[in-house]
Unconditional design. Sequence first.
Length: 268
Amino acid sequence: MLTHPGFDPVAIKFTDTFGVHWYGLMYVIGFIAFLLMGKYRAKKPGSPIKPDQVDDILFYGALGVVLGGRLGYIFFYNFSEFLQNPMILLRIWEGGMSFHGGLIGVTVASLLLARKFGLPLLKVSDFVAPLVPLGLGAGRIGNFINAELWGRPTDVPWGMVFPTVDQLPRHPSQLYQAALEGLALFLIVWIFSKKPRPMGTVSGLFLMGYAISRIIVEFVRVPDQHMGENGFIAFGWMTQGQLLSVPMFLLGVALFWWGYKKHPVKGA
């Protein structure tokens, strides 16, 4: 049995009330990784994106992640409280971000950029998709440092006690997500995208990969207790995260099929 190290969520303290949090640093790491890998990809022959356009993608994408993530959390996970007090939308210091909301925000940002660059939306999203997973993984490391979004009780040898919760060994589900939707998804999508692929297939693979990873880990992660009955919103076992991931997976399958059916690439 392991015990959570009990990290201080504040990485750098300037005063007793002001400092830089680890979770914020994880966002910075994700954005830096996005920028560096994006510049690298943009220099490759045949790239639809120019190196100087990556800066615009990062700026628009960061706005989409933050605004979409916050709005998604409020509307997907905390809508009843929002109806009682709409001002919680602005209380970002209290935490609360949704991946699925961030995905919608990034999609809107990609649509705006596609119009600006004169490219099809899927050309932009295929460029962006391989750059996202490492940022997702960094965010999950931030969740682990903060000892939040922990897993369900378990008797596996690597079960971890989170003292701020209770003394039960639990799945370190944050690390599972960092490994699956972070590192593993990055390797799969990055390697797949290294060769010319039909338009939409890289985006489709990302959507399918994330959805599968999220659905799997949600089986060992503690669901949001304020959602449905004991955190389950359907069938007595399905969580909100799983429900939101189902249409994401289906869209990924559709994009993958459509790409190979309508836009085949020789040798892909």
